[in-house]
Design a protein around this ligand. Structure first.
Ligand SMILES: Nc1ncnc2c1ncn2[C@@H]1O[C@H](COP(=O)(O)OP(=O)(O)O)[C@@H](O)[C@H]1O
Ligand SMILES: [Mg+2]
Length: 232
């Protein structure tokens, strides 16, 4: 469970103050599939960065599984992120001199309670590609490997910042399919931030952001399968 209470984030650059988050409050339940939707500059990445402890808040509280992360020292936060959280970004950040299998192994080595690599390869549909190097893979395949790497340590929450941002619709949907399956089969809480409105239909909960504020929280009663959505 994630509890976000009255969070504000102000960036100060010289004399300019940017109110990136203005009094944001929200709860995310375990196993929920959450999509944070908003235009560029609305504060989505800031939201994800503070909720995952990558960045500090200006005021307010964030509690993840009864741990108050806004009270933690840098060292405690690093440890907390390592234990509990996985991250996916628009860029895949795979190690180019390691194979698919070895890249996933990097994630696995971070945990005392890892998921077997063969199981993950199957879940991302890349068992036969396991000995390939990143340059031998498409963008969508590389993103699926980065998902497996993030999940190898069995995090309770996976944060994804524009995970399909660099992909065409077909490969983007393959990536979302993997996320949907992992959410269902491993019960991993998934938080995706995106400006792509089509993605909202696969969420349990849609957070609409504008100018640093949440202006609507939608509970999606009829969530769709990835194969039922399209954005072209
Ligand atoms: N490190 C930073 N320093 C100063 N301003 C920032 C920083 N990061 C983001 N901002 C500003 O905060 C606002 C929200 O940005 P961001 O969270 O990246 O939005 P989004 O991800 O929705 O595009 C923008 O006005 C952006 O310019
Ligand atoms: Mg962003």
């Amino acid at each position: 469970m994630i509890k976000i209470k009255n969070v504000r984030k102000i960036y100060q650059t010289g004399v300019v103050e940017t109110h990136a988050l203005r009094d944001v409050s929200l709860e995310i339940k375990d196993g929920e599939f959450v999509v944070v939707l908003g235009p560029s500059g609305s504060g989505k990445s800031t939201f994800l960065n503070v909720v995952s402890g990558l960045d500090s808040v200006t005021s307010g509280h964030i509690i993840v599984d009864d741990e108050v992360i806004t009270d933690m020292s840098d060292k405690e936060l690093t440890n907390f992120r390592r234990r509990k959280l996985g991250f996916i970004f628009q860029s895949y950040n795979l190690l180019s001199n390691l194979t698919v299998y070895e890249n996933i192994e990097v994630g696995k080595n971070l945990s005392h309670n890892p998921i077997e690599i063969d199981e993950l390869l199957e879940k991302i549909g890349m068992t036969i590609e396991k000995d390939k190097y990143p340059y031998q893979l498409s963008g969508g395949q590389q993103q699926r490997v980065s998902i497996a790497r993030a999940l190898a340590k069995n995090p309770s929450i996976l944060f994804c910042d524009e995970p399909t941002g660099a992909l065409d619709e077909t490969t983007g949907k393959q990536v979302l399919e993997v996320l949907q399956r992992l959410n269902k089969e491993l019960n991993t809480t998934i938080v995706i931030v995106t400006h792509n409105i089509a993605i909202k239909d696969i969420a349990d909960k849609v957070i609409h952001m504008k100018s640093g504020e949440i202006y609507e929280i939608e509970d999606n009663q009829q969530k769709k399968l990835v194969e039922e959505i399209s954005w072209s």
